[in-house]
Every structure is written in C-alpha cells, then in structure tokens.
Design a protein around this ligand. Structure first.
Ligand code: ZN
Length: 255
C-alpha cells in the first residue's frame, strides 16, 4: 500500500491510498487533479473518504462519486452532499478495493463534526484540518476545550504514527512555534530539516506524532516555556492547559 500526496489549490494535499490497481481518496477538494493522478497511475477509484465539510476537502467529491460509482464515507455530524456512510467515534470501516481497515475518531474543533481516520496498527492517521505539522486548525465551529481534547486524542497515538494532514503550512507554523518556544532545540532541528525539504521542492508532510509532541506548541501547552509565552502574550496568569491553548490559538490567528 502506498499513500500519495496530490497537491491542489495553493497548499492542499489530497491523499490517494493505492493498493495494486485500487485507490481510495481522502478529502478530494478538487476532482481534476485526482482524475489526472488516477489516469497517470492506471488506478481505479474504489472509495472516497471525507474528514469535514469545507469546500477544499469535499469540492470534488460528487464528481468523483458520479464517475466511479464508489462508496463515500464521511462524518455523521456534518451535512455533506453525497455521503453514503456516516461515521463517528468507534466506527471501523473496511475500505473497498484496497481492503485496509480504518478506525474513526471524533475530533471536533476546526468544524463541529470533524473526524479522523487511523489504521488499527496506528501506522498512519488522516486528520484533515485538526492537527497540522507544527500547528493546528483554526476554531471555526468548536471551542478551545473541544479542540484541546481532540488534539490530545491524536497526541495519544504512538510516536511512530505518520500524520497525514491536509495542508503544507509547516514552515509558517514553525515560525510561530519559534515565537512561542524559542528555547526548543528539537524545533530548531525541525526547522532546518523541513526548510531543506521545501528547498528541494518536497512535502514536509507526513510528519509523525513523535515530531509533533516534540515541537508543536499546540500539543505542548503544559511546557513551562509555552505557558510563560502564552501568559506574557495574554498579560495575565492562565489557569489551565485549555486557557494556554486558547491564548496561543488566538495569538496564531493574528501572527
Ligand atoms: Zn477545513
């Protein structure tokens, strides 16, 4: 099984999971690059999976479903046209064609019904716009407490788990992380490594949960330097991990 990044729009990655001649696509925001990729690689589309309702994740869903007549999976808690099987926490699906199983996690915060897909061996997770490489999604529909819990759920996956997020935001996220945690040596190493990848025209995604735990400020809201930076930015004492998270999320919105 291979997982391919198909770039779309300005900085999206649409993910194609391929096994032999079979393929599934995660978050097809646009059908055109997916159809081109399938044709170039001699693949047939057997399943479509969506993490949340934003257009850059589902914009190509109906055209692909109409062409390939394949099943479409998506979140139970969101209204997405074309979804055949609505999923929530605890559901396990077998992806048609490629045969892998995926477990569903509820990860609300970016949107109210956002879900993630993780394989039973926890080798990889498709987390949409919840966890990003060195960052996290904006809170469009959820509260800081919800997003904080969702991120904690992803952070509890094994360190080896590869994180397939939906955008190439890593270098700008790292610039923000440096402002929050300038003393983090692992973050400096990551900056050098990921900058070199971008210079070579490579994706910085997937990262791993281990990378994120070491460098992503949104997963490090109990670290003394993150707390101190958040309190300095807030101009007051912050009483909980959720308050620290809320402060740095707000800071990042205006960074
Ligand atoms: Zn989104």
């Amino acid at each position: 099984m291979h997982i391919h990044a198909v770039p779309a729009f300005k900085d999206n990655y649409l993910w194609v999971v391929a096994e032999g001649p079979h393929a599934a696509v995660v978050d097809p925001g646009d059908s055109v690059p997916i159809e081109r990729f399938l044709a170039d690689h001699g693949l047939k589309l057997d399943a479509i999976l969506a993490t949340h309702h934003h257009g850059d994740h589902v914009g190509g869903l109906q055209a692909l479903a109409a062409h390939w007549k394949c099943p479409v999976f998506g979140p139970a808690g969101e209204d997405i046209a074309g979804i055949g099987t609505r999923l929530g926490e605890g559901d396990r699906i077998r992806v048609p064609g490629i045969g892998i199983e995926l477990d569903v996690l509820d990860v609300p915060g970016h949107t109210a019904g956002h879900i993630a897909y993780v394989d039973p061996a926890k080798e990889f997770v498709f987390c949409g716009d919840t966890l990003f490489a060195c960052g996290c999604g904006r809170l469009f529909e959820g509260t800081p407490a919800q997003m904080s819990r969702s991120l904690a759920k992803l952070a509890a996956l094994p360190g080896k788990t590869r994180v397939y997020c939906a955008h190439e935001y890593t270098l700008s996220n790292i610039r923000f992380a440096e402002a929050v945690e300038p003393g983090n040596r692992k973050l400096m190493e990551r900056k050098a490594r990921d900058s070199a990848k971008r210079d070579r025209g490579e994706a910085t995604v997937p990262s791993t949960i281990g990378d994120e735990l070491a460098t992503n400020p949104f997963l490090r809201c109990r670290q003394a330097e993150v707390v101190a930076s958040a309190e300095r930015h807030a101009g007051r004492r912050l009483r909980s991990e959720v308050e620290v998270f809320a402060e740095i999320r707000e800071w990042k919105n205006n960074f």
